[in-house]
Design a protein around this ligand. Structure first.
Ligand SMILES: CC(=O)N[C@H]1[C@@H](OP(=O)(O)OP(=O)(O)OC[C@H]2O[C@@H](n3ccc(=O)[nH]c3=O)[C@H](O)[C@@H]2O)O[C@H](CO)[C@@H](O)[C@@H]1O[C@H](C)C(=O)N[C@@H](C)C(=O)N[C@H](CCC(=O)O)C(=O)O
Ligand SMILES: Nc1ncnc2c1ncn2[C@@H]1O[C@H](COP(=O)(O)OP(=O)(O)OP(=O)(O)O)[C@@H](O)[C@H]1O
Ligand SMILES: N[C@H](CCC[C@H](N)C(=O)O)C(=O)O
Ligand SMILES: [Mg+2]
Length: 463
């Protein structure tokens, strides 16, 4: 083949520019090579695929083994300017929080930083919302180049199991990585828990810089697999837990809606206040501290930043008070997250603990009865409502939850459900509105309607 000069790349034929390389990805609904003719018509210089096309596509083709990985690496190479320090966090719960806290610790210690994930791209200048938790490789490297050109040298990424499985991060090498925990999610995409876990393990086995740092929550049942992967990579392991080498816990006590933590940091006794609700946030904050320290933050400086941390939007966030009761919004849309949030709030409910929640459509159905069971076991008054039904029948989603939640009320309309819960609050009660966290929309069918739990709670309290 003669030498070809390529101007750029894309995996979506509809967005290709003339002279660019078209990467034909094996999608979940269609193989990208079906759009070869479209790519050729738009002037693509070449197609890269993992299989030879059936007929002449009208442009030169390179066949590679793993076209998603090739796409990710090409996207990285095409955007040479990159932040010098990148870390990433994986796990079923806590990624957004850990990424946000890592960014805040870097900022507090004089390092302009960004976090990239479910919320979007966040810097000291604000938040630019995004579409995916782990962005598509091209979007990712464009964003990273943009950040580097603004002088941001420190970035913390969320590595989702979809993102890892689809090689979206394969163009990166991380100075430090972290594992928070593993529990059920996304079994609509991964065939079983083992493949879900193995997708997450790729962050440790393939993307951590050899000799880098691996932060591991030792209290999780899957910690062993992540430690073994880190060791095989020649990584330094920073363990957090009852017996952690980085941080070992002694006591965690509630202080108002925050908490005081005492323990040993690398063997040295320390005690600090964390202005966040829920013991799980202590793990998240320490994971962030370990990531920050693995990238040059001094222990003293990092510790000094913890009492100033702000929770990510909609992560067990106190959003209002009504009639002597407290109202929280939380992004728990998985069984363990819901359980964690309810257990965290129970000590604050001298009266009853109320819950309003639902489950997303076109997502793992097995989560629904599990969440129903958790709800009636741990809350006193439960209303099952709609989350994002997407293209499923909303009433059927509720029915799948309700089958495992005897005694729960059913109010499909989320605004009405929140209103009904707020209206019954008594002094000493706590209400948790779960599932949508920061989201400012509700997806019904394929339409996104504006909807914010924050706004609807405020409305309900006002009226
Ligand atoms: C299941 C899944 O992850 N799908 C992602 C995947 O799409 P896909 O491989 O299924 O794409 P496809 O529709 O089969 O098309 C195959 C290829 O043909 C191309 N195409 C298609 C049409 C056309 O005219 N021309 C063309 O070239 C497409 O651009 C694609 O490259 O690759 C796309 C491009 O990167 C993603 O946008 C898309 O995310 C969808 C929208 C999605 O909802 N993903 C969710 C489930 C997800 O990834 N979530 C995780 C975890 C969330 C969390 O736990 O926080 C996340 O990281 O966000
Ligand atoms: N370390 C943790 N252990 C258990 N539950 C947690 C932990 N951190 C957060 N949670 C729960 O999970 C919810 C989501 O937290 P967060 O957004 O930080 O996680 P995530 O991994 O980014 O989730 P997602 O994959 O949905 O984006 C929180 O609202 C809380 O209910
Ligand atoms: N990134 C997650 C978000 C789920 C949020 C929840 N509100 C829902 O719609 O299920 C997913 O796409 O599975
Ligand atoms: Mg997230």
């Amino acid at each position: 083949m003669p030498e070809l000069s390529v101007q750029g790349l894309n995996a979506d034929s509809r967005a290709l520019g003339a002279g660019e390389a078209f990467f034909a990805l094996p999608g979940s609904s269609v193989h990208g090579d079906r759009f070869a003719a479209d790519a050729a018509a738009r002037g693509a210089a070449i197609m890269v695929s993992d299989r030879a096309p059936d007929s002449d596509p009208g442009l030169p083709v390179i066949v590679v083994d793993d076209v998603r990985a090739a796409y990710a690496r090409a996207a990285a190479r095409a955007h040479a300017l990159q932040p010098s320090v990148a870390v990433a966090v994986t796990g079923t719960n806590g990624k957004t929080s850990v990424a946000a806290f890592t960014r805040q610790i870097w900022e507090a210690t004089g390092r302009p930083a960004a976090s990239l994930g479910t919320l979007g791209v966040e810097t000291a200048q604000g938040l630019v919302p995004g579409a995916l938790t782990t962005p598509d490789s091209l979007t990712l490297h464009r964003d990273l180049q943009g950040l580097a050109s603004r002088g941001i040298q420190h970035v913390a990424l969320e590595a989702s199991s979809h993102g890892l499985d689809q090689r979206r991060l394969d163009g990166m090498s991380f100075e430090a990585v972290a594992f928070t925990n593993l529990s059920r999610d996304h079994l609509d995409y991964h065939p079983d828990m083992a493949s879900y876990r193995n997708a997450k393990l790729r962050l440790f086995t393939d993307l951590l810089r050899p000799g880098g740092t691996a932060v591991v929550n030792l209290d999780d049942a899957e910690a062993g697999a992540f430690c073994a992967a880190a060791e095989a990579r020649g990584a330094r392991i920073a363990g957090i837990g009852r017996e952690g080498s980085f941080f070992s816990f002694e006591t965690v006590e509630n202080e108002g809606y925050g908490q005081r933590i005492s323990g040993r940091l690398a063997g040295r006794p320390v005690s600090f206040h964390l202005p966040l609700t829920g013991a799980f946030q202590v793990h998240n904050a320490l994971t962030a501290l370990a990531l920050a320290m693995a990238t040059g933050v001094a222990a003293e400086d990092g510790l000094a930043a913890l009492p100033e941390l702000k929770g990510a939007k909609g992560r067990l966030e106190l959003v209002g008070q009504h009639n002597g009761a407290a109202v929280f919004v939380d992004y728990s849309h998985k069984p363990v997250a819901l359980e964690t949030a309810l257990l965290a709030l129970r000590p604050y409910a001298s009266g009853q603990l109320h819950l309003v929640f639902g489950a997303g459509g076109d997502r793992d159905r097995g989560k629904r009865p599990m969440m129903g069971e958790v709800a009636v076991r741990l809350a006193d008054r439960v209303i099952v409502t709609d989350d994002n039904p997407r293209t499923e029948d909303a009433a059927s989603i509720r029915a799948e939850i309700l089958a495992a939640a005897p005694g729960a009320r059913e109010i499909g309309d989320r605004r009405e459900a929140i209103g009904a819960a707020v209206a019954t609050l008594q002094p000493g009660d706590v209400l948790l509105v779960a599932g949508k966290g920061h989201e400012d929309y509700q997806i019904i069918g394929t339409t996104k309607h504006h909807f914010s739990d924050h706004e609807v709670v405020a409305e309900a309290i006002r009226s």
